[in-house]
Write a protein that binds this ligand. Structure first.
Ligand SMILES: Cc1ncc(COP(=O)(O)O)c(C=O)c1O
Length: 307
């Protein structure tokens, strides 16, 4: 359950939590065309709260609108300040932000180009997405029987709500089978990503991840990890990966705003490497957490001050 906070931002107003409702004819509710983001704010070692990579997230939100042919009502600066305002007004030191741009009520039917485009920003407290012990002990993942969308079926670069039925089905299948997360391949068998995370493999000290022409979201945590790895001199190969490369990996980990940097200790019931969190994963995790919530100040451009 999401813990209730005081207010939600809806189209320029702070609305009490219980009044933040939408009409049942809301177009996006029926047809799944809405753009959303997941963003974290952390209290850092200096005792102050910052949103991590806010501009990159809002830019991706607007890119999703562009891909989905939705004309946003608010610009980047206005949505950024709504995010900060929601954290401030709800007095949150740590929080997860969920901006959502959706098509409101008006016409029905698939086309409905003139329905009003609405915007909301919700914040709530969210702990470790894949469980409290996952960051250290890793998770058990299973390759899904559901494929990631082909680029001509949907828009893998868009964070569009309707597309997440693919993730929900894969996640449910994995959880019902006793696993923590699903790993999705594309229709040709290339490894893509988790249901809400990008994926990395470490083999003989080299970091591998699917390149952005694959059916993957251009994850902001993925980009952060690539930047950190480059700074630390870790060789990187972005390209195609197969399931065998997962099974033969020394280390596998997932990245995402919600999942942060989570080791994968098993894929398809096969232990990865030693079956424990690997050295490279640990090093990248430490650097990541030091940037988002610690005292590494090498990337001030990634931090937006809240309070
Ligand atoms: C399908 C999918 N892949 C990857 C990610 C990771 O993206 P990010 O690191 O920007 O949160 C997400 C989360 O937004 C996602 O939903």
């Amino acid at each position: 359950m999401v813990d209730k906070v005081k207010s939600i931002w809806m189209d320029g107003q702070l609305v009490p939590w219980d009044d933040a409702n939408v009409h049942v004819l809301t177009h996006s509710f029926h047809y799944g065309v809405a753009a959303f983001e997941g963003i974290r704010a952390y209290k850092r070692a200096d005792g102050k709260t910052y949103v991590f990579r806010l501009t990159d997230h809002i830019q991706r939100l607007l890119d999703t609108c562009r891909l989905a042919l939705m004309k946003p009502t608010y610009d980047l600066a206005a949505i950024e300040s709504a995010c900060v305002e929601v954290l401030q007004t709800n007095e949150m030191a740590d929080g997860y932000l969920r901006p959502l741009i959706y098509m409101g009520e008006g016409a029905m039917g698939i086309y409905a180009p003139d329905n009003p485009v609405k915007t909301s920003v919700i914040a709530w407290k969210w702990g470790r997405y894949l469980g409290a012990s996952a960051i250290e002990n890793g998770i058990r993942a299973k390759v899904s029987s559901f494929s990631r969308m082909h680029v001509n079926i949907s828009l893998p670069k868009a964070k569009m709500t309707g597309q997440y039925t693919n993730s929900v089905l894969a996640k449910r299948e994995a959880k019902l089978g006793g696993y923590d997360e699903a790993i999705m391949l594309d229709v040709n068998g290339n490894v893509c990503e988790g249901t809400g995370e990008n994926i990395f493999v470490v083999k003989k000290g080299v970091l591998y991840t699917p390149d952005l022409s694959c059916s993957v979201l251009a994850g902001i945590t993925r980009d952060t990890i690539l930047r950190i790895a480059r700074e630390d001199g870790i060789p990187i190969i972005e390209g195609r990966l197969t399931r065998e490369q997962l099974w033969l990996a020394d280390e596998v980990f997932l990245t995402g705003t919600a999942a942060e940097v989570t080791p994968v200790r098993e894929v398809d019931d096969r232990p990865i490497g030693t079956g424990q969190r690997g050295e490279v994963t640990k090093r990248l995790q430490e650097r990541y957490f030091d940037i988002v919530s610690g005292s590494d100040n090498r990337h001030p451009e990634w931090l937006t001050f809240v309070h």
